[in-house]
Every structure is written in C-alpha cells, then in structure tokens.
Design a binder for this molecule. Structure first.
Ligand SMILES: Cc1cc2nc3c(=O)[nH]c(=O)nc-3n(C[C@H](O)[C@H](O)[C@H](O)COP(=O)(O)O)c2cc1C
Length: 192
C-alpha cells in the first residue's frame, strides 16, 4: 500500500474559499508570497510551455484599478450597481495575484491544453494560499474579459488573457460549507 500524506488529503477534502469581500489586511508580504507563487508555477504543463505569468497587485495598485474598473463599466454601459460591486472588489482587497494565460506557439500542444494549465495554476495558487492559513478567493468579473481593461489598465499583450484574479488576505470568518457535487452522478466506473 502507498504511504498517504494524511495532512495533504485532509486539506484537500475540507478546503474552501473565503469570499473576497471578507478578506482584510495583512496580506502576505513578498517573502510570504514567494512560496505561494512557486507552488502555483509547479503545475502540470504539457510541453513545458509555461503558459502563464503572474501580476502582483498590492493596495495602491488596486485602488488605482478600482477607478479603471469603474471607467470600464461606464464604457460598457453596466448598471450603477454592477459598477459599484466590481469597484468594491478592487477597493477593498488587500492583495490580488493576476494569473495571466500566455498562449505559446506550439505545433504539438493545442491552445485548450494551455488554457487548462493556466486554470490549474490558479487552483494551485488558491490552494497554496489556503494551506498557508490565508483567506483566498478566485474571482473574475466582466472587466477581466474586457480587452480595453486588461490591455490598458493591466498591460496584457493581445495574446494574453486573465485566467483568474486570486484575492489573498487575512480571513474574517470561515463561510458555511456549500453543497458539493454528487459523485454518483458525475462518475462513470468502467470495469470491462
Ligand atoms: C474561473 C472562475 C471565476 C470565478 N469568478 C467569480 C466571480 O467573479 N465572482 C464570484 O463570486 N465567484 C467567482 N468564482 C467562484 C468563487 O471562486 C467561489 O468562491 C468558489 O466557487 C468557491 O469554491 P470553493 O468553496 O470550492 O473554494 C469563480 C470561480 C472560477 C473557477
């Protein structure tokens, strides 16, 4: 029988995000963030293409981006309520790591696999933050899909996309458990 890593399994079986709006400072400093980014970059990656990069946004950058998100919402004709909600996410957050999907030219690895790998890096970062005792939440939002916002405010290149905005900070309270998928319904056992 294999030797289980019981602590790792206990974490994976009980992990859950902490809503971004409940996160406060302090956030991990640069030294505390490095192992989390290292864990995120240690992600399955077909062809070793590294189809991701990270942008670390601390408070002053987030406050600037709150204004840029609001301007983006005005441009897109979003409701005042939608704009206020999106703005708030940037205004209140102590730290966001933007995981950027960076598609690489490859004759062998399809773009979709690179998208999956960037998503996997998001989950690895989220889990590393939670396992380190931080509160963390993977968000997106309409602005994160707007080319004007991501290229103008965040400096992404035309071939880059936001895979996730990982908010990290000090948790206020743990949220109640949410319903989890019905394993019977989503699992097919093929025995022959
Ligand atoms: C790609 C992606 C984007 C998400 N964007 C948002 C978002 O913008 N707003 C939101 O409330 N939740 C969003 N979520 C869901 C949150 O991460 C939510 O907290 C999560 O599903 C809770 O999962 P957990 O309890 O298993 O950690 C997103 C999830 C993923 C995978």
């Amino acid at each position: 029988m294999p030797t289980p890593n019981l602590a790792a399994m206990e974490f994976l079986l009980s992990r859950r995000s902490r809503p971004a709006k409940t996160l406060t400072g302090p956030a991990p400093d640069d030294a505390a963030l490095m192992p989390l980014l290292t864990a995120a970059a240690r992600t399955p990656d077909h062809g070793k293409l590294e189809p991701w990069r990270f942008i670390v946004l601390r408070e002053r950058a987030l406050r600037r981006l709150a204004g840029e998100v609001a301007a983006c919402g005005e441009r897109l004709g979003k409701s005042a309520e939608d704009i206020a909600k999106a703005r708030d996410a940037y205004d209140r957050s102590p730290l966001v790591v933007v995981v950027v999907e960076v598609q690489k030219d490859s004759p062998k690895i399809p773009p979709l696999e690179q998208t999956y790998a960037a998503g996997a890096a998001c989950l690895a970062l989220l889990n590393a933050a939670l396992a380190s005792g931080w509160g963390a939440n993977w968000l997106s939002g309409w602005a994160s899909h707007d080319r004007g916002f991501v290229e103008g405010a965040l400096g992404l290149a035309p071939h880059e996309k936001i895979a996730g905005l990982i908010h990290i900070g000090t948790e206020g309270s743990a949220p109640p458990e949410r319903p989890r998928p019905d394993l019977e319904a989503i699992t097919t056992w093929v025995t022959e």
